[in-house]
Design a protein around this ligand. Structure first.
Ligand SMILES: [Zn+2]
Length: 119
């Protein structure tokens, strides 16, 4: 009697578990996004401050800055208003072996490879 109840409860549990996993994925994505947003805001502050110092010292004019911005934009091969850092193979600081440029850790000794600077 009520043998079907086990299956019913199990299905409910599976559905609840699935919902929970989706929820935790959503939360993880939200956190990652908030982190990126914060990094962007910090970079914006540094860049704005640098430009302000340059402007106060009269180091360059707006058109000169735009000219250089355009040149740097083109330096990665595309005029797209962005700079994609280019990198060759990454040398491990621990064992000195060469890893692919996308490697986050050394495939020989496991040493974490530092994030490439964006600027
Ligand atoms: Zn290594």
């Amino acid at each position: 009697m009520y043998g079907w109840l086990g299956g019913y409860l199990h299905a409910e549990a599976v559905a609840a578990n699935r919902e929970l996993k989706q929820l935790s994925n959503d939360v993880r994505h939200e956190l990652a996004l908030a982190n990126v947003q914060e990094q962007l805001e910090r970079q914006a502050l540094v860049i704005r401050s640098l430009l302000e110092v340059c402007a106060r010292k009269g180091l360059f004019t707006d058109p000169e800055f735009r000219q250089v911005l355009d040149e740097v934009d083109l330096s990665d091969g595309r005029r797209d208003g962005k700079l994609k850092p280019q990198g060759g193979p990454r040398v491990c600081p621990n064992c000195g072996k060469t890893n692919s440029r996308r490697a986050v850790g050394c495939m020989y000794c496991g040493e974490p490879l530092q994030d490439r600077e964006l600027l």
